[in-house]
Write a protein that binds this ligand. Structure first.
Ligand code: ADE
Ligand code: ZN
Length: 340
């Protein structure tokens, strides 16, 4: 292991943009398919991996939604989540804010309660075993109607004690945040926090809408903010965290090559940029691999890597005491690295 890798691993980090369904590794998908008698449209793990040659967001979502069909009972969701949490812990993730897509499962007849029961069991076990904290975030699928999202919100509210926030994901173009104003308003009135995917494939105007109409605390992706100088200035001034996912962006064609990624420019413009893995089983790497990919391709300094880790804590939904604790630990880690 290089010393740079050891340093990035040792930095306490929060992961703020992680779809639990996106951690479904092909091997687990095939095992669960066999167990539940689900016929997958792929003959083998190798054939499935070969299908991960995505051209854009929709080409990925087609495979992602198809594979989610193997998740049937609470034990499946538990195993899925615990595998991710174990791996994240080994990479120095101290806090994970985990997305799940309720409608992907309820539309197939899997009860909301089943999904949440499995996820919650894994999250509390990771807290007990690894000291890793978490928040659970229920995302609405934006290609479905606002009425469907409102019905999903009823189920979310029935689990208020264990769901911290709502989010918005799936096919972005043509499904602006403004479609979901009433849903987010009700969620916020009920005390839930809000985040939304915006500015991944959609225009900078969707980032503005997410902030102004949905009152989100963070923007998931947000990389297309660079097309709008005023918006960039606002994001920097208000220190709105962007949960950037470098390997995802390359896999889905947002940037052709990792060397062209704008993460370093956004960071140097003073935005609260964070690094995340999005759907690591599909995009070729978990959180550590995402950090290392941008570190190598963009030439980030040790201090910039520490800033990314600090931003992940600052942008999280942790309370002030926990944030202070991790920020101090990051400072110590960075001082140790700079003294080398
Ligand atoms: N669902 C899972 N990953 C996503 C992404 N990168 N963008 C939108 N929806 C998603
Ligand atoms: Zn995402």
């Amino acid at each position: 292991m290089s010393s740079r890798e050891a340093y990035v691993r040792a930095l306490p980090k929060a992961e703020l943009h992680l779809h639990i369904e996106g951690t479904l590794e092909p091997e687990l998908a095939f095992r669960l398919a066999q167990q539940h008698g689900v016929v997958l449209p792929y003959a083998s793990v190798a054939e499935l991996r070969a299908a991960y040659d995505f051209t854009d967001l929709q080409s990925f979502l087609d495979v992602y939604y198809a594979l989610a069909d193997v998740l049937r009972d609470a034990d499946d969701f538990y195993e899925l989540a615990l595998s991710y949490l174990q791996r994240a812990h080994e990479q120095g993730v101290v806090h994970a804010e985990v997305f799940f897509d309720p409608q992907t499962h309820t539309a197939r007849g899997i009860a909301f309660d089943t999904v949440v029961a499995g996820l919650h069991r894994a999250l509390t076990e990771a807290e007990r075993r690894f000291g890793m904290t978490h928040r659970l975030i229920a995302c609405f699928l934006r290609h479905l109607s606002a009425a469907d999202a409102m019905l999903t919100l009823d189920a979310v509210l029935a689990h208020r004690q264990i769901i911290a926030a709502v989010g918005l994901d799936s096919a972005e173009a043509g499904h602006p945040p403004s479609k979901f104003v009433a849903v987010f308003e009700r969620a916020r009135e009920q005390g839930l926090l809000a985040v939304a995917h915006a500015g991944e494939e959609g225009p900078p105007a969707y980032i503005r809408e997410a902030l102004d109409l949905l009152a989100v605390r963070r923007i998931d992706h947000g990389v297309r903010c660079e097309e709008d100088a005023k918006l960039m200035q606002r994001l920097a001034r208000e220190q709105i965290a962007l949960t950037v996912c470098p390997l995802s962006n390359v896999k889905l064609g947002v940037f052709e090559r990792i060397e062209q990624h704008n993460l370093k420019r956004l960071l140097e413009a003073g935005l609260c940029v964070t690094v995340n893995s999005d759907d690591p089983a599909y995009f070729g790497g978990y959180l550590l691999e995402n950090y290392l990919a941008v570190e190598r391709a963009l030439g980030l300094t040790s201090e910039q890597l520490a800033t990314l880790a600090r931003n992940s804590i600052e942008g999280s939904f942790l309370d002030a005491v926990a944030k202070r604790r991790w920020l101090t630990a990051i400072d110590e880690c960075a001082r140790g690295e700079l003294a080398h």
